[in-house]
Unconditional design. Structure first.
Lengths: 113, 116
């Protein structure tokens, strides 16, 4: 099992550009999450999904969009990149109700200049 | 709603010395508590968790944490650290009756820097 995979590992965007951060898990987990990690701020939840076709906002959703068409994939879209979106993005998954551990991907380091 | 406070952003320690990383939480309901570890340039991994029962929980690599309900704390300890323990450690909390989301609230992290 690969677990949770994320692509790309690194990306530099210009202000106003758009991109999609990919996240795939092969554990058949129903729940998936997107976090951003900023120095000294810990992890903040951007969006989450409890199953295919079901998504909801987390703490910091502004400037992002998500979709969940399959159990395996949970892409995060930045439509108009801004310097404030410079961060490290982590995707995580969890098998669902009654499960405690979240499994994290290796992260995508995004710089917006 | 829950919140987590990790007051120490960085803890330098010499190899083979003991260490304690502090975590305090706030919640109006019963909680589950977690410590995650992030090694350089990697994602987070679960280190240990408290769900119920014994208030002292241990990891396979010698860390332990004690749930103290009266002090709303879940401090992480290790009696003798190794260079390989250098990492960022995150405390996280979740309400026991957190609904159908299993969302975690993370602290701001503590960088454990082990020096030879």
């Amino acid at each position: 099992n690969a677990g949770v995979t994320q692509t790309p590992k690194f990306r530099i965007l210009k202000i106003g550009q758009s991109m999609t951060l990919q996240c795939t898990q092969d554990m058949n987990h129903n729940y998936m999450y997107w976090y951003r990690q900023d120095p000294g701020m810990g992890l903040k939840l951007i969006y989450y999904s409890v199953g295919a076709g079901i998504t909801d906002k987390g703490e910091v959703p502004n400037g992002y969009n998500v979709s969940r068409s399959t159990t395996e994939d949970f892409p995060l879209r930045l439509e108009l990149a801004a310097p404030s979106q410079t961060s490290v993005y982590f995707c995580a998954s969890n098998s669902g109700q009654g499960a405690y551990e979240q499994y994290f991907g290796p992260g995508t380091r995004l710089t917006v200049t | 709603a829950q919140s987590v406070t990790q007051l120490d952003s960085q803890v330098p320690v010499f190899e083979e010395a003991p260490v304690e990383l502090r975590c305090n939480y706030s919640s109006s309901v019963s909680v589950y508590l977690f410590w995650y570890v992030q090694y350089p340039n990697q994602g987070l991994q679960l280190l240990l968790k408290y769900l119920s029962g014994s208030t002292l929980v241990e990891s396979i690599n010698g860390f332990e944490a004690e749930f103290n309900k009266s002090q709303t704390s879940f401090h992480l300890r290790k009696p003798s650290v190794h260079i390989s323990d250098t990492a960022e450690y995150f405390c996280a909390v979740r309400g026991v009756y957190g609904g159908a989301t299993n969302k975690l609230i993370f602290g701001t992290g503590t960088l454990l820097a082990v020096q030879p």
